[in-house]
Design a protein around this ligand. Structure first.
Ligand code: AR6
Length: 176
């Protein structure tokens, strides 16, 4: 792949719900019916249209819930983005290596974004909150997944909520 065809990846501090991009990624759970953290903020600020589409997806395609590592899109409701891509991160385990599932959240979300025709997509640090994944390890897995993803979206932005997360992700994406 030529240099000009690579995605441009940026790592910034901020709130995922405020990103003016085509698609933001939600760190959801299998139920698709909301929760805390990013998920809570997305549904709170995005309004009821998102939840209604999530309910419809449960009724049609994901009666058993969205599997870990998969992704599905809905409207972004009142948010500045056009779409929300919901993905389900793995709960961190110290005894079982679930890093392929975490990487899959990123690559599957990019695949869905590309299918939608999104030209920009913003990710939070999936699984590093309620799901307890250690930040530096998550940052390394995320950088690897985004740098080697088979699907290209022109602009990828990783949005970190606090200084420690931002530092960990900056180190992983721009090691020096
Ligand atoms: N913008 C960007 N990052 C944020 C924001 C925000 N508005 N809010 C929190 N973070 P989490 P998970 C950071 O817990 O670990 C929910 O209940 C946060 O500091 O949102 O994948 C779901 O329903 C952390 O670094 O997602 C699931 O049940 C990161 O985003 C479960 O939590 C992810 O934290 C998913 O847990």
């Amino acid at each position: 792949m030529g240099t000009q065809e690579r995605s441009r990846i940026t790592v910034v501090g901020g709130d995922i719900t405020e990103q003016r991009v085509d698609a933001i990624v939600n760190a959801a759970n299998s139920s698709l019916l909301g929760g805390g953290g990013v998920d809570g903020a997305v549904h709170r600020k995005g309004g009821k249209a998102i939840l209604e589409e999530c309910r419809a997806l449960r009724a049609s395609r994901y009666g058993g819930g969205l599997p870990v590592g998969r992704a599905v899109a809905t409207t972004a409701g009142l948010l500045p983005a056009r779409w929300v891509i919901h993905t389900v991160g793995p709960v961190y385990s110290a005894t079982e290596d679930r890093s392929a599932l975490l990487a899959s959240c990123y690559t599957e979300s990019l695949r869905v974004a590309a299918e939608l025709g999104a030209e920009s997509v913003a990710f939070p640090a999936i699984s590093t909150g309620v799901y307890r994944w250690p930040m530096r390890d998550a940052a390394r897995i995320t950088a690897e997944a985004l740098h080697t993803a088979p699907v290209r979206v022109p602009l990828i932005r990783v949005v970190l909520f606090d200084d420690a997360a931002l530092a960990a992700f900056r180190d992983a994406f721009d090691p020096s």
